[in-house]
Design a protein around this ligand. Sequence first.
Ligand SMILES: [Zn+2]
Length: 164
Amino acid sequence: MKTYEELTTKISLALQSLSMIVTANLISKLNSMRASGMGNSNIKKILVVDLLSGGRIFGQLKRGVKRISKNGIEEAGNIASYKMFISKDYKEYKWVTVGRNICPDCRIRHGETGDISYFSTIGLPKSGFSVCEGNCNCQLVPVEYKGENLDKPIKYKKATEGRK
Ligand SMILES: [Zn+2]
């Protein structure tokens, strides 16, 4: 289980690596436009269009920041849940598979039970153990929890639906 400090470090490293990728792509795009003989004012126009339309360069930046923020907030929510469960002395947890596009790694985990240290070893939701990596929406709930239909994975249609 991560601490809030570890999560902060993870988020700042993810943002650093995103800015390096975006900068490298921007430089390479600039170089290829210059090499093709394009003047500054046309280069500027193309960049403005890319910025406004969420094109290859700035779209990547926008989507990346969105993904990192969303996953960071959700992971902080998971940490808060685990802290609360542990403080209430729940010992056994059940994996509830949740998502829009459920990956094969998460699908087979649905209904699996164990304690927090077991799940920490095999990989908590969003920990990066799965194909869906940080986009994982799965949840651990105390086995005592009898919520909505938990016999099957919870599938939702749009990325914006379904999260608390
Ligand atoms: Zn998952």
